[in-house]
Design a protein around this ligand. Structure first.
Ligand SMILES: *Cc1c(COP(=O)(O)O)cnc(C)c1O
Length: 362
């Protein structure tokens, strides 16, 4: 099976497993696991943050960050297709009692097929401008306090998953963040694939993170580790986050077993993300040349390709099913297909995938 449905389909390599087997470990809850502690130091430095926290999943990073940054009844603002709104089982509302304000970017790009995508040239899907944010905040304060719900947190996603792995331009992020802070909001970055943005853009992670109050990276996406995510922020933020890590059951024991996989990934799997980006481009170029399908967002900036059938009577789900029968797994999301390049998919397999899609369209 060619597994293009997600970059979470990576399996730990033999070398990563060896690093995991050799990991020094201790009690993580007591702060005594040397592998976890080393990982936290390295990620805090990489992101230019004061402190960091090891968590089992990225979802828990978002869950805890929203909890720390908000009070029940507050509004969190995020782009309409943000993972925190679309794909986390309502956790932010469940745990923090927040209202979510889905920001609709003026360029109307969306992973969801029922939304008009507008001209490809004008879009950086999943991102929005300071003007878009200003409009959303003005709407939220349409009524004066204390009628209006208080907005306390802006969430941005880098790269944007359902936006086809798009990258926030640094100036755009800076402008949005400045405005949010001026209006009294904190800024949180869901950086599940931040390192894809770093490798593709050449902008260091710390530079992106200098515009946000908290950020995290996932080790189970393109970095290829079996589990683990690291959340970073100020010392005060991490001290509060630690309390919720315990409260939500995210405090672990000999977690160095997992952290060793993450450390291995930092040393060996970051630069190579460029190969995934090249493979995604190759795939997108091939898809653009096929008749019967079209790219949703144009050429990918990183490792995620969204495309859709442009022939009546063939749904994305049906095309995904046909490809599945032929040995190619992709996801059908929002009426579209998503294919994600990662370290367990070779260039030759990308070419095979293209042949399978062509055959499935016949
Ligand atoms: C995968 C993902 C998450 C959740 O991370 P998990 O480690 O799977 O819990 C959050 N945000 C984005 C953008 C993601 O792609």
């Amino acid at each position: 099976m060619i597994a293009l449905s997600s970059d979470t389909e990576t399996r730990p390599s033999a070398a990563m497993r060896a690093a995991i087997a050799a990991a020094p470990v201790g009690d993580e809850q007591r702060g005594e696991d040397p592998s976890v502690n080393l990982l936290l130091e390295r990620v805090a430095e990489l992101l230019g943050m004061e402190a960091a926290l090891f968590l089992p999943t990225g979802t828990m990073c978002n869950l805890i960050s929203v909890k720390v940054h908000t009070q029940a009844g507050d509004v969190i603002v995020a782009e309409r297709d943000a993972h925190v709104l679309r794909a986390e089982s309502g956790g932010a509302g469940l745990v923090s009692g927040v209202i979510t304000e889905a920001l609709v970017a003026s360029d109307h790009a969306s992973a969801f097929a029922d939304v008009d995508a507008g001209p490809a040239s004008a879009r950086i899907p999943g991102t929005f401008t300071a003007e878009d944010l200003r409009a959303a905040l003005d709407r939220l304060t349409m009524m004066p306090a204390p009628y209006a719900p208080p907005a306390s947190l802006l969430c941005v996603e880098q790269t944007h998953n359902f936006g086809g792995g798009s990258i926030w331009p640094l100036e755009r992020l800076a402008a949005v963040s400045d405005l949010a802070r001026t209006r009294g909001l904190r800024v949180h970055m869901d950086g599940a694939r931040l390192l894809n943005a770093v490798v593709a853009s050449g902008v260091p992670a710390a530079q992106w993170c200098s515009h946000v109050d908290s950020a995290w990276i996932d080790f189970t996406k393109g970095l290829g580790a079996p589990l683990g995510a690291v959340l970073a922020g100020s010392r005060a933020f991490i001290a509060q986050a630690l309390r919720y890590k315990f409260a939500f059951g995210g405090a672990m024991r000999q977690a160095g077993i997992a952290a060793a996989g993450c450390l291995y990934a930092l040393d060996h799997h970051v630069e190579r993300l460029a190969e995934d980006h090249a493979n995604a481009s190759r795939l997108a170029t091939g898809i653009a040349a096929l008749s019967g399908v079209r790219l949703v967002y144009g050429m990918p900036q990183t490792n995620i390709v969204f495309f859709e059938p442009d022939r009546s009577g063939l749904s994305a789900a049906e095309l995904a099913r046909r490809c599945g029968e032929r040995g190619l797994r992709m996801s059908a999301i929002g009426g579209r297909l998503r294919a994600v390049a990662h370290l367990d998919v070779s260039r030759a397999q990308v070419d095979e995938a293209l042949a399978i899609i062509a055959d499935a369209l016949r």
